[in-house]
Design a protein around this ligand. Sequence first.
Ligand code: ZN
Length: 316
Amino acid sequence: MEYIVLDLEWNQCPKGKEFGERQLPFEIIEIGAVKLNEKLNIVSSFNRYIKPQVYTELHSIVKDIIKVDVKKIENGESFVSVIRKFLEWCGEDYIFCTWGQTDLYELQRNMKYFGVEIPFETPLIYYDIQKFYSILKEDGKKRSTLESVVEELNIPKKSDFHNALSDAHYTALVCKSIDFYSVKNRFSIDYYHVPGARSEEIYARYDTYEKYISKGYDTRECLTKDRVIFTGKCYICGRTMKKKTGWFLNGNHGYYYLGCCEEHGYIKGRMRIKQSDDGRYFAVRILKATDEAGAQKMLIRQADIIRKRREKRKED
Ligand SMILES: [Zn+2]
């Protein structure tokens, strides 16, 4: 098994997002990647520039941020040609590592737009090194920039950031500097390909919680009527839980839940409804065992929402 540490640079519509192509808000202009062996040493690297075909002029923000010679992009190859070479270079047995959650999503969106068949397994499992760093050195929730982490780890800064190959290189050095293998079980799942049917839905079990990714629905209404999504069953044993709050909506934060399993105690839930690239709706739900304090917090949260709703009704 090898690790492919991937980083992309992309362009967007220079006139603004609203004038861009809906199916391709970000057009990849550089792919940088390094291959690591199981000792996390770099064994090979890949770097290609892509001549944009949709947004042929660089957006001013992109021009300011990326540290790339514009000439290299103008003289770049087509996306299709680069991606074919990239996939060949990746080989057979590998897993992607990225800094954050966006690169693999945008890579697949570009592949679809340019008619390249997506050969990745579904669900696509990858390692988010930004998340790994947070779990090991921060609170698990914070997301730091690659540059600040490189400084924090005293990794020598030998090249510019915001250049795909050097960012991939720095990310690889972060992998090597942290206790990578101790957090390997905290893998991420890419959301580009949403399960097509109930049988393909994803139930990922981690040490202390379960993550569920539902199939896609044509409308939000169809999704919210589905009892499988708004479950009342314990994720550890499958027993029906005693309802404490049930599922309740907390504005833009999505749905929350509190139940109690006679065997496993309090179980809290959080769920967000997302929209896939092809316009379908799907749910991402986390169920996690919690203690008395965690349960109290959830009860207070629900009471607050009910109180605020009541106050608002009075005002109206
Ligand atoms: Zn249980």
